[in-house]
Design a protein around this ligand. Structure first.
Ligand SMILES: [Zn+2]
Ligand SMILES: [Zn+2]
Length: 415
């Protein structure tokens, strides 16, 4: 496996995010989701800026995470980088959150044997180009397409909090505790010398000398206590994190179970593709202001509890709650572990589990080859992203492009 290639994709993603650009080597579902998020933030007058620090000696790597007994041409790769995420959120130009936290960033990448860019002719105007250039629509005639994904692509990503920022930790600790010691010393000096002088037992020079000695001793004791308290604080943090990670253990066997169930209907079913799609579509639906027009959402849920949602962080684990066939459709119910940012004047973060039901026709299968076809509205000839949007944005006519793929039929918070 070419680890370098995947790490490079991951780093490019982080750099582009830091420049407030939409990263380019991502699946179309993820792009759609990021677009919907940008739209929502813009409407609310909010700017969210994430910056990722590239630190020296960061732990990086890439590991294959394909499903067991993988017989598909797809490969799942998890690429990771230790970094510091600096997040700023502005509302109406005023900063309402600034957070700097050590994290490990994970990119879930899907690759395909014999994948990559292919030369194609625009099915509409015949313009010769690479498929990757046509993803956003033909640069000549503006036509949009329904086409296979061009792997490798990042299909989802998430951050795992680290307990401390490892790099330069010793230096920072030294600095902090030197400052604490200095403050303690000054306080003790004042208290002790005032006491000693007041008591009048010693001449002033002796009173001051004792005060210095006593203060040194007290400072040493208190600084040590503070250091111990910091240690307990870290242990507390570890337990806290452990407590929030523990329930996720129940989801560890879910990808395997889902694969076993789905293989009967779709031999090319690949869990990581499904997972990326599920997270992207879930987010897109939650951010969307116009859910009736999403072809990927057929539900009728109450979204009032998601009011103020500005960012959803997938925590990298889902749990399969139920999978069954209902009539001509496969229906799977998933519990998705997320950490979400809500803006209501101030920003609050919450760990939440969201129940998502996804459905697909039983006869729909993953096409491992490459296909492309132009999307044109039968009413007005307009061309648009018909994989995600139900109605032609020009004339309103309904277009059925996504009938073969997964749709979300239900979203609710797990209480
Ligand atoms: Zn064209
Ligand atoms: Zn139309």
């Amino acid at each position: 496996m070419n680890k370098e290639k995947y790490l490079e994709m991951t780093d490019a993603f982080l750099r582009q995010t830091g420049r407030d650009e939409i990263p380019d080597r991502i699946t179309r579902d993820l792009r759609f989701c990021l677009d919907e998020q940008q739209k929502r933030l813009k409407e609310k007058g909010i700017t969210l800026h994430d910056e990722f620090a590239f630190i020296d000696e960061a732990v990086t790597g890439a590991a294959e995470v394909s499903q067991k007994n993988n017989r598909t041409p797809f490969r799942g790769i998890s690429a990771y980088r230790e970094t510091v995420r600096i997040r700023d959120i502005y509302s109406a130009g005023k900063r309402i959150m600034h957070r700097r936290e050590p994290v490990t960033f994970y990119a879930c990448i899907v690759d395909k044997q014999g994948g990559g860019d292919v030369p194609v002719n625009c099915p509409n105007c015949g313009h010769a180009s690479m498929a990757s250039r046509l993803q956003e629509g033909c640069p000549y005639c503006g036509t949009h397409f329904a086409m296979s994904e061009l792997y490798p692509r990042i299909s989802s990503c998430y951050c795992v909090n680290n307990i401390v920022e490892r790099t330069g930790l010793d230096e920072r600790l030294k600095k902090v505790f030197l400052r604490i010691a200095a403050v303690f010393f000054v306080i003790f000096m004042i208290i002790v010398s005032v006491q000693n002088i007041r008591s009048g037992d010693y001449p002033i020079w002796a009173a001051e000398l004792f005060a210095v000695l006593e203060s040194c001793l007290l400072t040493a004791m208190m600084t040590f206590t503070a250091y111990m308290a910091y240690g307990f604080f870290l242990i507390g943090k570890v337990f806290h994190q452990f407590g929030s990670v523990l329930p996720m253990v129940t989801g560890l066997s879910s990808p395997g179970k889902l694969k076993t169930f789905m293989e009967k209907y779709d031999p090319q079913f690949f869990v990581r593709i499904f997972e990326g799609k599920m997270v992207s579509l879930l987010e897109a639906v939650l951010y969307s202001e116009n859910r009736e027009n999403l072809s990927i959402y057929e539900g009728n849920d109450d979204f009032s509890s998601f009011e103020g949602l500005v960012d959803l962080d997938y925590r990298g684990v889902f749990r399969l709650r139920d999978c069954r066939v209902k009539g001509e459709r496969i229906s799977v119910l998933l519990e998705v572990f997320t950490e979400n940012c809500y803006e209501k004047g101030i920003v609050k973060r919450r760990n939440e589990r969201i129940l998502v039901r996804m459905e697909r026709r039983t006869d729909a299968v993953t096409d491992p080859g490459f296909s492309i076809h132009a999307v044109r509205c039968g009413g007005c000839g307009g061309s648009f992203d018909a994989m995600h949007v139900r109605n032609c944005p020009y004339c309103g006519r309904e277009y059925h492009a996504a009938a073969d793929d997964w749709v979300i039929t239900e979203i609710r918070k797990k209480s």
